[in-house]
Design a protein around this ligand. Structure first.
Ligand SMILES: [Zn+2]
Length: 182
């Protein structure tokens, strides 16, 4: 391995560090707290601990939703899909260009695809897919970074916003006493 390879590798490590430690703004945390509240609403309603909010470029909150898989007997009714459906209905469009989706957990491949189709500009999430798998969910462990890279999606992915609170939602859900995975 020549010096060029070493430098490239060193540079790669630096880029990786930037990706896992983005600087979130106060607005990002405020919107993520709305998603966290939605997840708590879901837990209180007997659902799983996943919430999401979609915020337009001008700061308008288009929709917030939580997972309603059990309530609706719909395996596709994840928090992100629920929020996308509501935002599109409210705005009368399938094009959410310029918006950001705040999700308490890293979107699964189904939700990542819906985000891509809706042309959402940016994904901000707290807990990772691995955290959800550790909590018992039957996750396909494909990271958003991997799906973005391999799929060629222009969406911006930022991880770890209020991560401790988002991971803590799994504990809150289990403490509720009736936690049921799928
Ligand atoms: Zn999903």
């Amino acid at each position: 391995m020549g010096p060029g390879c070493f430098c490239q590798k060193l540079f790669g490590v630096r880029v990786f560090i930037v990706i896992i430690s983005p600087m979130f703004t106060g607005d990002d945390e405020r919107y993520m707290r709305m998603a966290i509240q939605k997840a708590r609403d879901g837990v209180a309603a007997g659902q799983t601990p996943f919430g999401a909010c979609i915020v337009m470029a001008d700061g308008r909150v288009a929709a917030c939703g939580h997972n309603v898989v059990w309530k609706t007997t719909d395996i596709t009714a994840h928090g992100e899909v629920t929020a996308i459906r509501e935002a599109c209905r409210a705005l009368g469009t399938i094009d959410l260009s310029g918006s950001t989706i705040y999700s308490t957990t890293e979107p699964c491949p189904m939700c990542f695809s819906a985000i891509h189709w809706a042309k959402i500009r940016r994904i901000v999430f707290g807990a990772s897919i691995s955290d959800a798998k550790a909590a018992g969910f039957n996750e396909l462990t494909l990271s958003n970074d991997l799906m973005k890279r391999e799929g060629g999606s222009p969406v911006v992915v930022e991880s770890g916003c209020l991560r401790a609170e988002c991971v803590g939602l799994f504990r809150e859900w289990k403490d509720a006493g009736w936690a049921k995975v799928y």
